[in-house]
Design a protein around this ligand. Structure first.
Ligand code: IMP
Ligand code: MG
Length: 171
């Protein structure tokens, strides 16, 4: 029987997203910030984060096909390329969760070939258990040692993205 155990409340999420938005607004003052959300998991986080950022910024969405290699170079397939020309922009990749780190490492390598002014990562959750690629998560709202979580955009087989809080999934 599938069990959903409450892990992070709506209130805790709101507090941490607000704090991330505050820090980003300070760090990117006078920069050309582009929030680039990684589909699909980041859509809820992105929608809340953008509204906590008080400086001007652009928004884009990037889709990357699931990636299972261990190398951080090359092999990446876009299901949705960025629309905005990222050259000279300060790109902040917005993710739901960093797990192995492989997807974001490959995505960062690719974005770097587009000559942005900078590329950094903002992830709702930084999960440590299965990290394979060394990656610098500059902004994260929560860290998680282990487990599989759903809600607030995070899915299990495309379900549970709609849950307003975050739950531990026990199958
Ligand atoms: P990775 O860092 O390349 O392993 O890929 C991370 C992606 O795997 C995330 O963007 C999620 O889509 C998915 N993922 C990893 N851990 C979880 C989890 O606990 N719940 C839901 N999705 C997860
Ligand atoms: Mg994702």
């Amino acid at each position: 029987m599938t069990q959903l155990i409450p892990l992070i409340s709506q209130e805790e999420i709101k507090t941490q997203v607000k704090e991330a938005g505050r820090k980003i607004s300070i760090d990117y003052k006078d920069k050309k910030l582009v929030l680039a959300g990684v589909l699909k998991g980041a859509f809820v986080f992105l929608a809340d984060l953008t509204r906590e950022i008080t400086i001007d910024h652009e928004i884009d969405l990037i889709g990357v096909s699931s990636y299972s290699g261990t190398s951080s170079t090359g092999e990446i397939t876009f299901t949705k390329k960025p629309d905005i020309d990222l050259e000279g922009k300060d790109v902040l990749l917005v993710e739901d969760i960093v797990d192995t780190g492989n997807t974001l490492a490959a995505l960062m390598d690719h974005i770097n070939t587009l000559n942005p002014a900078s590329v950094k990562i903002c992830s709702l959750i930084d999960k440590h258990e299965r990290r394979e690629t060394e990656i610098d998560v500059t902004y994260s709202c929560f860290t998680l040692e282990q487990g599989f979580i759903v809600g607030y955009g995070l899915d299990y087989n495309e379900l549970y993205r709609n849950l307003p809080a975050i739950f531990d999934l026990k199958l």
